[in-house]
Design a protein around this ligand. Sequence first.
Ligand SMILES: Cc1ncc(COP(=O)(O)O)c(C=O)c1O
Length: 440
Amino acid sequence: MPDNLPPSNNPLVHQWMPFTANRQFLEQPRLIERAEGVYYYNTRGEKLFDGSSGLYCIPLGHGRREIREAVTKQMQELDYAPPFQYGVPAAFRLATEIADMLPPSLNRIMFAGSGSEAVETALKVAIQYHRVRGEGQRQRFVGRERGYHGVNFGGWSVGGMVNNRKSFGLGLPGVMHMRHTKIAENQFQMGEGTHGANLADDLQRFVDLHGADTIAACIVEPIAGSTGILVPPQGYLQRLRDICTKHGILLIFDEVITGFGRTGQNFASQTFGVTPDILTMAKALTNGTIPMAAVAVREDIQQTILDAAPEHHVEFYHGYTYSGHPVACAAALATLKIYREEDTFARVRELAPAFLEQIGAFKDLPYVTDTRGHGLLGAVELEHKGPPGARGFNILCKAFEAGLVLRAAGDSIVLAPPFAATADELTQMIEIMRKVIVAS
Ligand SMILES: Cc1ncc(COP(=O)(O)O)c(C=O)c1O
């Protein structure tokens, strides 16, 4: 047995933590015990501002009574029912409400348990759609460098994050990646960059090289979140849309982060005025309280799949034990009600200009190499200090000590505050971040 194992009397050894430097964590645990509103409390009872809305999933802040009560009530009435061949009323209500928030063509909703599952679902819908139309040779997917689409095999294959790919073998065959959209010409531009719409032509090049009739779908995040908030250049998403339409390729927007108000509208699709054929969402759907995700599909895509199967036959051999879980549906319905009644996304439109200006102001620090952002999503990129990512991680640890929970994407420091925060709280958050960055 190796002799450098952590002491087995350390009570933290048994949880193998996800996306975490486990050995470092055991030496310097960052434990969060409680949360209320836009603050967490650590085990010493100290208050920390939630600068990342959990993992981009808690726009309303923590502990909303309405969601808790809806979940409790649902647990008392119906804690679970099988989603295959049976249905629960709450799931149908929720699907209707989600459809109402989306561009009108995206009105068929399938539920899943996580963003990763939503992505797998979307990819499989695309393949089967082409197949039932007699275009079964359309099996390639186009993703993008620096894209993140979750951790399951389809998702990491179309994703473009090196560390998420390199340890896990070959992945899905026939996947190609467009170049990412972080380019020097747009350095320090907040919002959509003025250069780079032509990067969408990478998709056209794959069409020219492999034939459009081999490509099932192109999947992108409207704003790439997990690799440090890469906002699309002006005109880029529309150009992708045009190429997809011209060649019968389905366009999938992965809105797991950008969905539910993060860019000031219901979905980034509406903010940027580009409608995909399939759209994935998760996270803020339940304000992060209960795991849940959904995939919105163009009506005629679903209809084509349904029509192709014999009656009384399952049309789409796909689903999860927890698809449309009644308790998750109750949490989502309560969350969407708050979004509507409190006009929550208007808060983003109000708070975003000052927030983005404050993020942009980091440009004055000599070792800041870029600032980016849109809505309530912002990133400050720093020169490497030591190996890539070391400085970002160090800042994350120091920020925790200084009362701020944030995200580090390599050496980009990412903020995605709850919409429930006040303008003053956002300013305080930025001040803590500045102090920590200056000391890094
Ligand atoms: C764009 C995008 N897609 C998919 C996922 C995966 O979601 P989950 O972690 O719920 O599986 C994420 C997670 O951050 C994401 O940002």
